[in-house]
Write a protein that binds this ligand. Structure first.
Ligand SMILES: *[C@@H]1O[C@H](CO)[C@@H](O)[C@H](O)[C@H]1NC(C)=O
Ligand SMILES: *[C@@H]1O[C@H](CO)[C@@H](O)[C@H](O)[C@H]1NC(C)=O
Length: 733
């Protein structure tokens, strides 16, 4: 994707205002996404197992029989794909495509027919679905089971293939999709069962090479319990980021075999595997709340051995090992290369009956160590039950469909054209007043003024609906305006918000995509799960082929009075390429995530911020922040122009002033920051992949890894690692 960048010219001659650009004939975004990435099965022309009419009646009958207790099955399904094919259905119940889930019928073909006709939300009612071959999962697809009664996907005794679910098949020697650009998909509420497949077959529950804004949540892996079996739960061999939470593994040779650039995993329990986690390469990884019981080996990071160590670093915190023969298996000795490879941070680990957790070198060794590893001092407000607070994305599984207010039922169009601002605001206000949950049916909702989310709101999207700002209101660099504003300044209360993309259309030089003002108590914080910002680079954004446009002022601002906020699996992204096409993009957004909360009490679990001008993460006058894992990439195009353009620094926002700080300095200086901390304390980062190494769309590197007051305090040359440079521990207080 690397290519030369033409010289920068002000003032952005190619930008066209959305007001004068008619969208014209709707493009087939979803179809293109699948086809451009080399879909194994064509989007169009797939035959459906049953007609629309039959599907409608099937759903109705089940409702009448009172069979489902999960609201998602029986709620009205009205999501649309404005740029998808004619008559495209977002919600697909696998039973409407002929799957039986009766524990005997082979459902492989029926399930695949529900999944292959486009990027949808594929729903599994309770039942046991027998499959005899892998189910192929697609880009942009959301697979969701009944949260109250997890459906089981079970391999038959004659199962042919390597994975029950294959989310990125090897039809050739290469993965079908480039793993680092597989975004926006999820699987939740499912049991993957390989126990009927012969123990000697090499089979995994799921093949999941993946990247940002993807997740696996609330899944159980039932694997062979026979000794010497070759079953695995997850196989993930590549990608850039992703998030996984709330998994249980029973049995197997390896519960999770993992390699990826950087990743966050939270709340995994492994019982009775030979090896719980075979961690075979990474740059950085955060394991939080990992509970390993009755296994031979807990985490194995020996891949590559002494000379070609493949693991850069792992962080394991708030976890437990019980009845494990070797807690963590490494090969480290004093001849080891590169010098910082295999770095490991363990904190707050409860250990029961583990003869060896690992070997330590202080500085000579090996010395075996065992026993509990205590926590460092932690701000009490960030901790519950001796672990950093964590809360999974709410599924509202005990609610009934009548607890939800659908925005489409309320009159919003979500068609990518109609201005939905007023009707959305009315529904959001009504829902908060009547204690209902706002349901954003799939679609693209255009707003031309700020949408306000009051305290008490609960908002949930169907398969990542998009709210897209448009028009002059958001295009004044001198008068920035929030697209979504959570709480007015001074408000207290709580908001829960999940599964959505906030975006901008055309030039939007004054758009603050999310402004968070609400103060919530530390022991009952607000939450934002799988809410992303995505600016440009997809059908409907009007920023697919245009270059050098100013598309956002700031991606997210947590203001001074805000506090008590839990964010999980959130990707704040300025597109560097067109996900519905294939071109590289240069788009300008001023700032990434700016946290100025005086009280703090903010948790960032599996977040990333990419490609902004001045900084990705900035913390100013704040405290009590937990992060792990965070990831950044600076703007690929810099230094052409450098970080002084096009947004001038704003003093009240505490922007870095490169023109000032670089004055008189030789060489390259004005580059956007990956992570900038100003006048703050108790900023705790448990794993970070800060990729600040782009020059004119090419990757080069940095010399200083950490600066304090303009001084380099950690030099790259001291910290060589497998690909990246790595610091295991940096503490300045
Ligand atoms: C409802 O569930 C029962 C018991 O599982 C089943 O026999 C029946 O076919 C289901 N009805 C519908 C309409 O799905
Ligand atoms: C961990 O996951 C299990 C399901 O696997 C869930 O029941 C539990 O509530 C989760 N715990 C936390 C702290 O998220």
């Amino acid at each position: 994707m690397v290519r030369a960048n033409p010289l920068f010219l002000l003032p952005f001659p190619l930008c066209v205002s959305s007001a004068v650009l008619d969208l014209g004939p709707v493009e087939k975004a979803s179809a293109r996404a699948v086809q451009q990435h080399g879909s194994p099965a064509k989007f169009h022309g797939a035959t459906r197992a049953t007609s629309l009419h039959d599907q409608f009646h099937a759903v109705k009958k089940r409702q009448e029989a009172g069979n489902s207790t999960f609201w998602l099955e029986s709620i009205s399904h009205q999501g649309v794909a404005p740029y998808g094919p004619e008559g495209y259905e977002v919600f697909r119940n696998v039973k409407d495509f002929g799957a039986k889930g009766d524990g005997t019928t082979d459902d492989t073909v029926a399930i695949q027919s529900a999944i292959r006709t486009g990027p949808p939300l594929v729903y599994f009612p309770p039942g046991t679905y027998i499959i005899s071959a892998p189910i192929f999962d697609y880009y942009l697809t959301h697979i969701v089971g009944d949260a109250n009664n997890l459906p089981v996907l079970k391999g038959s005794p004659d199962f042919q293939g390597g994975y029950l679910i294959d989310s990125n098949p090897y039809f050739t020697g290469d993965l079908n999709w480039i793993a680092t650009t597989v975004f926006f998909r999820t699987i939740r509420n499912l049991v993957l069962d390989t126990t009927d497949i012969p123990a000697e077959n090499e089979v995994s529950g799921i093949h999941w090479p993946t990247a940002q804004a993807t997740s696996l949540q609330n899944m159980v892996f039932e694997l062979s319990a026979e000794s010497g079996n070759k079953h695995q739960g997850i196989f993930c061999e590549s990608g850039s980021g992703g998030f996984i939470a709330d998994l249980v593994f029973n049995g197997g040779n390896i519960a999770a075999a993992l390699g990826n650039q950087q990743f966050t995993m939270r709340n995994l329990t492994v019982n009775n595997a030979a090896t719980a986690i075979s961690h075979f390469w990474d740059w950085g990884w955060t394991y939080k709340n990992i509970n390993i019981n009755d296994c031979e080996v807990g985490i194995d990071i020996t891949e590559g051995g002494h000379d070609e160590q493949a693991v850069s670093s792992i962080v394991v915190l708030d976890s437990s090992f019980s009845n494990v023969r070797v807690g963590i298996k490494t090969v480290r000795d004093s001849t080891y290369q590169p010098v910082t490879a295999g770095s490991m941070i363990l904190e707050n680990i409860d250990v029961q009956n583990v003869p060896v957790v690992g070997h330590s070198y202080t500085p000579d060794g090996p010395t075996s160590f065992a026993g509990t590893i205590p926590a460092n001092n932690r701000p009490a407000s960030l901790v519950q039950a001796n672990r950093f607070y964590g809360r999974s994305r709410p599924q509202y599984e005990s609610q009934s469909p009548s607890s939800f207010l659908s925005v489409r039922a309320g009159g919003a169009k979500g068609d990518g054209q109609t201005d939905d601002t007023a009707v959305l605001q009315e529904i959001i206000n009504d829902a908060a007043a009547s204690n209902k949950i706002v349901y954003f049916d799939a679609g693209m909702y255009v707003v031309t003024e700020t949408l306000k989310i009051p305290a008490g709101s609960r908002i949930l999207g169907e398969a990542l609906p998009v709210i897209i700002s448009s028009g002059d209101f958001f295009n004044e660099m001198e008068d920035p305006q929030p697209v979504i504003q959570v709480g007015e300044v001074g408000d207290t209360g709580k908001v829960e918000w999940s599964d959505m993309i906030i975006s901008t259309r055309g030039p939007q030089a004054g758009a603050i995509l999310i402004q968070w003002n609400l103060a919530s108590p530390a022991d009952d914080p607000s939450g934002m799960w799988e809410v992303h910002t995505r600016v440009g680079g997809y059908t409907g954004s009007l920023q697919q082929t245009q270059q050098y446009c100013i598309v956002a002022y700031m991606l997210m601002h947590v203001t001074e009075g805000a506090s008590g906020l839990y964010m999980e699996n959130t990707w704040l992204w300025v597109s560097d390429h067109d996900i519905d096409g294939d071109g590289q993009l240069t788009l300008y957004s001023g700032r990434g995530l700016n946290i100025e909360s005086t009280e703090g009490n903010i948790w960032l679990s599996g977040t990333s911020v990419e490609h902004n001008q001045l900084y990705e993460y900035q913390f100013v006058n704040t405290k009590n922040i937990y992060m792990g894992q965070i990831q950044t990439e600076t703007a690929y195009y810099q230094p052409n122009p450098d970080a002084t353009l096009p947004f001038p620094p704003v003093e009240s926002l505490h922007d870095p002033d490169f023109a000032k700080s670089c004055e008189g300095k030789e060489g390259r200086c004005a580059d956007g920051w990956g992570l900038r901390v100003v006048d703050s304390k108790d900023i705790l980062v448990y794993g970070a992949g800060i990729y600040s190494f782009f020059i004119n769309n090419d990757a080069i590197g940095v010399t200083s890894m950490v600066d304090i007051d303009g001084q380099n305090v950690a030099n790259f040359a001291d910290n060589a690692n497998v690909f990246n440079e790595n610091i295991a521990l940096f503490r300045n207080a």
